[in-house]
Design a protein around this ligand. Sequence first.
Ligand SMILES: Cc1cc2nc3c(=O)[nH]c(=O)nc-3n(C[C@H](O)[C@H](O)[C@H](O)COP(=O)(O)OP(=O)(O)OC[C@H]3O[C@@H](n4cnc5c(N)ncnc54)[C@H](O)[C@@H]3O)c2cc1C
Length: 426
Amino acid sequence: MPSAPALPNSADVVVIGGGIIGCATAYYLGKQGINVTLCEKGRVAGEQSSRNWGFIRKQGRDPAELPLMIHSLELWEELVSQMSDDVGFHRGGTLYLSDDEKRYQSNHDWLALSRDFDLDTRFLSLTELKTLIPSIQDQTRGALFTPSDARAEPEKATRGIAALAEKQGASVLENTAVRGIDISGGRVSGVITESGRITTSTVVCAGGAWSSFFLRHLDLVFPQLKVIGSVMSTAPGPLVAQQSIWSNGLGLRRRHDGGYNIAFGGSFDCEITPDHLRFFRQFIPAYRAGKEEVSLRFNRRFIKELIRPTKPDLDKVSPYEQERILNPAPNLKLLARARERLSLVFPSLENIQTTNNWAGMIDATPDELPAICEITSVPGLILSSGYSGHGFGIGPGAGKVTAELAMGNKPTVNLDAFQLDRLVKI
Ligand SMILES: Cc1cc2nc3c(=O)[nH]c(=O)nc-3n(C[C@H](O)[C@H](O)[C@H](O)COP(=O)(O)OP(=O)(O)OC[C@H]3O[C@@H](n4cnc5c(N)ncnc54)[C@H](O)[C@@H]3O)c2cc1C
């Protein structure tokens, strides 16, 4: 899994990108009997969809995403029940600690807005928190808790969805970069891959951090930047909490094998690229809102992205083949700070052995909401990208509505908040 089928001459729909969004889209298309081919330049779940924390949460989301996220959790249950492998899906809940006044307030603010959605979210006092998690230390103000939230192992789950898509008849092609989209008579007529052309009338762009660059060859603007999130894993250790925990300085998730994934909650690195200059004005409000969380650095990526052609010659090796998998270096200093925080909050995990560390390039839009929409100026093109650091949990729901758009059906969940024209003129 996935197999290596030959490149088809034609498909009803071509999906670009084998992350959770592309895989779930292919699954829901296949389920409706649509002839779908998914092209992935590297390997399925090679980028964000294997590198994330694995939180599947309603808690803390923008209210605009909540209807889709609520539906997505139902779909997770359905998908996981069909999988042959255990992908670690577990409803352990999400817990946001209130370890400073700002977080205490933002937790209460979110609790107030969650009431419109009839969620099981509640605020735990310190006593209630200590009853739920007896070993927790260094807390004074309680926590926000949504018991019905879940978690899963990102790579296994995404590859599991790809396998289900194949069972429904989808062709999942790895090492198959799409170099560009063919337009004839003003609408999509095919894609050019590194292995040849596929005739199609409908293309879904689910290219994660590459979507903005990819769309440029069609003169389309998608304001999207990349930030880097670092994560470490540990060996199995004592069970301190089934809940996925987020706080000032600590992201913690119990893994299926009894180990933990740990990150320095809410802090990211950012390699400056020409797109930062291009989209500077649009991202100023987001940068101001979270500037203590992003450290900017200037390195070779700026030049690399500056010199790559925005309209590559489709007969030549493309940037997608030159960088098959985005694999940024983790920030070991941030991870060391996460371990310090871990030792304070859970002293019993102080000496737990680190087994691995990695980083992922997160794609973000100015308002941290995705674009899930038809591109009206290019009939036949659907965009489903920009999930801004929380696309794993919402992936099944997002895949389902993206498939519905590709079939020309009314989406199950209203997508008004996810139109691209809220960000740019299309
Ligand atoms: C460190 C970190 C922590 C995170 N934590 C969470 C979390 O706890 N919960 C949560 O919900 N989300 C989380 N996220 C976000 C989540 O991982 C992403 O939002 C989600 O995986 C995005 O899925 P995607 O399919 O859009 O993109 P991706 O998984 O990045 O997939 C896009 C794919 O498209 C392919 N591609 C691009 N261009 C082309 C082309 N031209 N031809 C062929 N293939 C192409 C790429 O190779 C890539 O595999 C986190 C992300 C990171 C990095």
